[in-house]
Design a protein around this ligand. Structure first.
Ligand SMILES: Cc1cc2nc3c(=O)[nH]c(=O)nc-3n(C[C@H](O)[C@H](O)[C@H](O)COP(=O)(O)OP(=O)(O)OC[C@H]3O[C@@H](n4cnc5c(N)ncnc54)[C@H](O)[C@@H]3O)c2cc1C
Length: 434
């Protein structure tokens, strides 16, 4: 019977190296306030080190230029990289590029088209270009993409795309935009949507703005991790810019979102751990009302609860990763959904407690906790709001049950049944007792 929580020695060695590398080489970058271009220059030698250790783009299989780690190894890796916002880009697996690379790879697999690799996938993997995923619209509920309004119509050898999108993360710095649009409104939405690669400089693409958000209230246009509002007006792309077969948009979205969701959950473990470390350090350092904070039961409860919740989230995430490796993303939907909403709540709670432990210092920009807290809030919304994932899990769970007018566990009813079942023995026992 296999039931093993250990990591093999060779990979544990890599993990140890990653821990040191993230702490010593990557975390210091956070404090420099660099522009996107400057940051890319600074991290180039770090990316080279990652490549030479065979850790670059570990999410993709080797035939696509990745290291093919599988989800479990990737989970252990992301837990370390997720501690810093710059960890993933130094290791070539940052969102949304990592998910978009998976999507392009899936499109290649579905169609057998190798040109996708040369044109977009390889430049994306090498970090030469960046991409954005343009699905959510301001006028329709993103939680229900069957309502998408964006349309693409075939005109000879071209597709003409019209739509209004927002929250396209990295839309203002990306060279390619992957756009989801309805191509056949006559069929069920699950069969009627498609995805297109739209080069950002195509006529008709207008980046209206980068949105101010909890991430960046005073946003500066054109920064990495901004969220763009984009108008697509009669945007013409050649027919080979269709990713996958026509009508495969939802299938591709699932291919992208399944692994993407779990990668987020893995990074959240790293963020939670970092907040936890900060909380414990402060608890041991701050003195008030006659004792250190670490000696106050409320703070001890925060530490104990956070540790237990993080442990639960970690086991759930690693189990979901293991299941994905065994049976694929589709058959692991419940596990991925559960970790999406449970992991997001643990992330939020641990950061919230850590921030509270620091008081006014935690609320200030002198500590990273305030920005971690704002980022954590978004986790309950992106990749589908928590409520939708809860609904999925509840629906699947309910399929195993049926309605009963009298509850199956109703004790008086069960007593009657038990009396009937054991009537003979009971009769004998009663006679004996007299
Ligand atoms: C930081 C961030 C980055 C993002 N990046 C991208 C990106 O790169 N590309 C992209 O295309 N999109 C992106 N998004 C958009 C994101 O995917 C959508 O915000 C999300 O799918 C929800 O859609 P919506 O905002 O339209 O909310 P709505 O669909 O309007 O939902 C609003 C609320 O309604 C409730 N609700 C919805 N459905 C149910 C239900 N079934 N049961 C109960 N309550 C329900 C939920 O509370 C939900 O929060 C990003 C969002 C954020 C915050």
């Amino acid at each position: 019977m296999a039931w093993d929580f250990s990591t093999d020695d060779a990979y544990e060695e890599q993990l140890t190296w990653m821990r040191g590398f993230v702490r010593e080489e990557i975390m210091p970058i956070e404090t420099l306030g660099l522009e996107h271009g400057q940051m890319l220059t600074l991290i180039k030698p770090l990316q080279d080190q990652v490549k030479s250790r065979g850790l670059w783009a570990a999410h993709l299989p080797p035939e696509l230029g990745g290291m093919g780690f599988g989800q479990v190894k990737l989970g252990l890796m992301h837990e370390i990289l997720g501690q810093s916002e710059y960890g993933p880009i130094v290791f070539g697996n940052n969102a949304p590029d990592s998910g978009n690379a998976e999507l392009l790879a899936a499109g290649m697999e579905m169609t057998g088209r190798q040109d996708i690799r040369e044109r977009w996938l390889n430049p994306l993997l090498s970090g030469e270009i960046h991409s954005a995923f343009s699905m959510t619209e301001p006028d329709t509920a993103g939680s229900d993409p069957r309502l998408l309004k964006a349309r693409a119509v075939k005109d000879g050898e071209e597709w003409v795309i019209n739509g209004h999108k927002w929250y396209t993360t990295n839309g203002s710095v990306a060279q390619i935009l992957i756009v989801m649009a309805v191509t056949n409104p006559e069929v069920h939405p699950y069969q009627g949507s498609s995805m297109f690669v739209v080069p950002a400089d195509t006529p008709g693409v207008t980046i209206l703005r980068d949105l101010g958000s909890m991430d960046h209230a005073n946003v500066t246009y054109g920064q990495f991790n901004n969220h763009a509002e984009i108008l697509y007006e009669d945007v013409r792309v050649p027919s080979d810019h269709l990713v996958g077969p026509e009508g495969s948009g939802f299938l591709l979205a699932q291919t992208r979102l399944g692994p993407g969701r779990i990668h987020h959950c893995m990074r959240w473990l790293g963020q939670s751990q970092r907040a936890f470390d900060m909380m414990c350090e402060r608890a041991l350092s701050r003195y008030a009302h006659g004792s250190l904070l670490s000696e106050k039961q409320t703070v001890q409860n925060w530490i104990a609860d956070s540790k237990a919740e993080m442990h639960a989230a970690r086991l759930m995430t690693m189990h979901a990763a293991w299941k994905m490796d065994q049976v694929g993303a589709s058959a692991s939907r419940d596990e991925i959904a559960m970790i999406k909403y449970y992991g997001a709540s643990v992330l939020h709670n641990v950061i919230d407690r850590a921030l509270q432990t620091y008081g006014s210092l935690g609320y200030s920009t002198d500590m990273p906790l305030e920005s971690m807290y704002r980022a954590a809030r978004a986790a309950r919304i992106y990749d589908g709001p928590d409520e939708v994932h809860r609904q999925t899990v509840a629906r699947h769970a309910l399929k195993n049950y049926e309605a009963h007018e009298v509850p199956s566990d109703h004790i008086p009813t069960r007593t009657v049944a038990a009396r009937k079942k054991f009537a003979e023995v009971l009769e004998f026992l009663e006679a004996e007792a007299v």
